[in-house]
Design a protein around this ligand. Structure first.
Ligand code: HEM
Length: 397
């Protein structure tokens, strides 16, 4: 059955949803030898396992690599893992609880809400420039610069240094794909070293001479070590834009291929709230998240022993007819929409309110300023599976 699941093939990656339907129906819990994981494809199971404390994003809080029967990562990858393991995403309680609480003291709802007018102005400016040029690559000209600028502003990364953020982030995110190559790992290690070094310098400057930004606020938080501060900044910078770029690109692709829905949204801008949620569901930006199994579990009669890894197929869960009426239809008015694109449980996306502000602003600006937006070529997806997004989206206004 797992032969329908082939995340390395461009055909599967460009249209994974029919294969997911077969997995959900015939093998909702199944061993997948190429990545040595159990694939979990039904919404109910993905949602339950995200909340199940017998699983974790890490196991290092309860066992060593040897005790879990896993190989430790090779020594040369140490800079990447140090950085990765110092952010909250790959920590589990009680550390995760402490880190999330400390970061939330600085990354407050008030700070996020204060960004709303800034995001709207920026989205307006980017779209004005895009329209003045008659269109172009919506990814490079609108989808990327908006969240990158917003997260850089929020953290207080000086403008002159921002050009490095995308390449560092892309190199690090290569490690989150399935079975990364040696070359990918080496690039991630180099980026981790450079990014950490850069942020260490910035954090020390801000500690001495604080400004009104998140790096200064985090540097002032008692109980957050310098390595945790750096891990947090990298997590915020990466998580703070990668997925948003892809929701924008995938969302516009979906709208332009469904002209009735595009027309509906133009006619009724009030739909933007449900539309953003539906676009996040319809072409899920993060297709898969993994969990380690910390105690023996059983899912739909399949015994999954401690030390195993499960792959939670978000894209599949978001298209499960048991959770969504007519899931392969793009319906911007969908109200009953329990999509899990922001996750669930203790790691639920910390940036969801900011992402929603950014998406409403950029979709809103493009809808009003470029009402005749149309495709110039068939959109092509990047050769990634986990972080699903377009290489480019050429459109004319
Ligand atoms: C549409 C855009 C976004 C999507 C789809 C998204 C999705 C997710 C998902 C699925 C998780 C949980 C992963 C898991 O459980 O394994 C997560 C966690 C996280 N996200 Fe987002 N995210 C988005 C935007 C953002 C933004 C803008 C920020 C920050 C400014 C952000 C910061 C984080 C952080 C810090 C975590 C870790 C939370 C924890 O471990 O407790 N995300 N995100």
């Amino acid at each position: 059955m797992t032969d329908v699941f082939d995340p390395w093939s461009p055909e599967f990656r460009s249209a994974p949803y029919p294969a997911y339907a077969r997995l959900r129906e015939q093998s909702p819990v199944v061993w997948f030898e190429p990545s040595r994981q159990y694939l979990i494809s039904r919404h109910e199971d993905v949602n339950a396992l995200l909340r199940d404390r017998r699983l974790g994003r890490s196991y290092l809080h309860v066992a060593t690599h040897e005790e879990m029967g896993r190989a430790a990562p090779p020594q040369y990858q140490e800079p990447f893992w140090t950085l990765n393991n110092n952010g909250m995403l790959d920590r589990e309680p009680p550390d995760h609880t402490r880190l999330r609480r400390l970061v939330s003291q600085a990354f407050t709802p008030r700070r996020v809400e204060a960004l709303r007018p800034v995001v709207q102005r920026l989205a307006g400016e980017l779209v004005d420039a895009f329209v003045a040029e008659g269109g172009g690559d919506l990814i490079a000209q609108v989808a990327e610069p908006l969240p990158v600028t917003v997260i850089a502003e929020l953290l207080g990364i000086p403008e002159a240094d921002r050009h490095a953020l995308r390449p560092w982030s892309a190199a690090i995110c290569g490690m989150y794909e399935l079975n990364p190559s040696r070359e990918t790992a080496e690039a991630a290690v180099r980026a981790s070293e450079e990014f950490s070094e850069y942020l260490r310098g910035l954090a020390r400057r801000r500690k001495q001479d604080p400004r009104d930004d998140l790096v200064s606020a985090l540097a002032a938080v008692e109980g957050l070590s310098e390595d945790e501060l750096i891990g947090t900044c990298v997590l915020l910078l990466n998580a703070g834009h990668e997925a948003t770029v892809n929701v924008t690109g995938n969302g516009w692709r979906a709208l332009l291929l469904n002209p009735d829905q595009h027309a509906l949204l133009k006619a009724d801008p009030e739909l933007i709230g449900t539309a953003v949620e539906e676009l996040m569901r319809y072409d899920t930006p993060l297709q898969m998240f993994e969990r380690w199994v910390l105690e023996d579990i059983e899912v739909r009669g399949v015994a999954i022993p401690r030390g195993s890894e499960v792959a939670l197929l978000f894209g599949s869960a978001n298209h499960d007819p048991a959770a969504f009426a007519d899931p392969s239809r793009l319906d911007l008015t969908r109200r009953d929409n329990p999509h899990i694109s922001f996750g669930a449980g203790i790691h639920y996306c910390l940036g969801a309110p900011l992402a929603r502000i950014e998406l409403a602003a950029s979709f809103g600006a493009l809808l009003s300023k470029a009402p005749d937006l149309h495709l110039v070529e068939d959109p092509v997806y990047k050769p990634n599976y986990v972080i699903r997004g377009l290489e480019r989206l050429l459109v004319a206004v």
